[in-house]
Design a protein around this ligand. Structure first.
Ligand code: ASP
Ligand code: MG
Length: 426
């Protein structure tokens, strides 16, 4: 390894949604004098488009060819706008990737939804990094493209892969030598398995990739470049008068991510905290502004009320059919079933013979979980709810946001209030 310090930059979908975005990345990366690993997500809404393509493919619909053609032209148009269309290496790489996608879409789906998801949806990141890498080279920002699947190794839990840090550390150190290369460019969100298949790390998982690489390469820091000024105290698309937080502790950040703050993927904090690597969240529209620094802090950092809204929630109540107490023998059974079906539990509440959980309404997983639970329990549920978490609440903020809305379930500690309510028109 060279003596320069290593930094990780992560650019999400919004920063690469157009040719202008890619040009902006070049401007930011060019300024760096350190060793840099640049992690890039799929362009714009490509992952959503790939999910729609996947449904068409799984359902055997011929519409998949049109959806595939749209994705292809979206990427080729951006390459063209970046004046990379005469770049033979890029063209070959893109044609190779499109060829693989075509072959996949031509063969019948096998091994289930989650497996197919990862084999198809990974192309978003593979295509975007191919284009960004070629553009950076074209404008003189020397970089090496790395297929992250050869470095980050995971198990075969498709769509939510568990990373093997030991094996990945070994491969990462071999690939990212920084000798003499100073800038590497790679994909977020995806990983490889020992059996040669592709996995994904969960939606918005590129932040997690950046944190994994930082941990394994002992980086000095990580910067997540976004289209907002930093971590705000609420989502500005939902709440008015938001304010930027200058400093946030790792502990606060993990709590926020857990309650559903979209600012960073929930798994991102642990690899950073474990090695005390600070995380900056900054605006790619205003790169010299300070953004937010997420760091280890022994002293409490004073924060304003922070609002986190989780939508598409379902409240599930379960009672044993024979009136037995819920705690004694049922809880482990309930959790084993929810875990098996990958249902994410956001709140739990129990009484003598009933147990209630607030969970994400994930159509791939929840209906099967409910069917399974019904074998042992009477299951009732309310859907189309939202979960509002208010960290560091004040009475005024609770009055403003809860007021006299119907609350189905609430939990309060001294620092945090959580409320499950009907959806509010905003
Ligand atoms: N492209 C993936 C997604 O949209 C991963 C990411 O953006 O972090 O979920
Ligand atoms: Mg994204």
């Amino acid at each position: 390894m060279s003596s320069r310090s290593t930094r990780i930059y992560k650019f999400g979908g919004a920063s690469v949604k157009s040719a202008e975005g890619v040009k902006n990345i070049a401007a930011i990366v060019r300024e760096s004098t350190d060793n840099l690993v640049v992690v890039v997500s799929a362009m714009g809404k490509t992952t959503n488009a790939l999910e729609i393509l996947l449904s068409a493919y799984m359902g055997g619909s011929e519409e998949r060819w049109q959806l595939f053609a749209n994705l292809r032209s979206f990427h080729l148009d951006i390459a063209k706008a970046l004046m990379c269309s005469s770049d033979t290496l890029l063209n070959e790489r893109l044609e190779y990737l499109f060829g693989q996608m075509h072959a996949l879409l031509s063969s019948p789906p096998a091994n289930g939804y989650d497996y197919c998801y990862d084999q198809l949806v990974c192309y978003g990141e593979l295509l975007s990094t191919a284009i960004v890498s070629a553009y950076l080279s074209r404008v003189g920002v020397d970089n090496q493209w790395i297929d992250v699947r050869t470095c980050i190794q995971s198990d075969t839990t498709y769509r939510e892969a568990m990373v093997d840090f030991v094996t990945s550390g070994y491969h990462c150190k071999k690939s990212f030598t920084f000798n003499p290369q100073q800038i590497y460019l790679t994909q977020g969100f995806i990983a490889g398995t020992p059996v040669g298949t592709t996995t994904t790390l969960g939606r918005e998982g590129s932040d997690y990739t950046a944190a994994i690489l930082a941990n394994l390469l002992d980086a000095q820091d990580v910067t997540i470049w976004k289209d907002v000024d930093g971590v705000l105290n609420a989502d500005p698309r939902i709440f008015p008068n938001t304010q930027k937080l200058d400093f946030v502790s790792f502990q606060e950040a993990i709590e926020l991510a857990y309650c559903g703050a979209q600012i960073i993927h929930p798994k991102t904090i642990k690899p950073l905290q474990n090695k005390l690597i600070p995380l900056y969240v900054k605006s790619f529209l205003n790169p010299s502004a300070s953004g937010t620094k997420i760091l280890h802090s022994d002293i409490a950092i004073k924060l304003p009320p922070i609002l986190v809204l989780k939508q598409k929630q379902v409240l599930l109540s379960m009672s044993p059919r024979d009136f037995s107490f819920i705690i004694e023998d049922s809880l482990s059974k309930i959790f084993a079933l929810l875990y098996k079906h990958r249902v994410k539990v956001n709140i739990v509440q129990s009484s003598a013979i009933s147990f209630t959980v607030c969970v994400d309404d994930e159509p791939q997983y929840l209906p099967a979980a409910i069917e399974d639970l019904k074998r042992d329990f009477v299951v009732r549920y309310n859907s189309n709810l939202e979960l509002l978490t208010v960290r560091h609440y004040t009475t005024e903020v609770l009055n403003e946001h809860i007021g006299n809305r119907t609350v189905y379930l609430q939990q309060r500690t001294r620092s945090t209030g959580r409320f499950v309510m009907d959806v509010k028109e905003r």
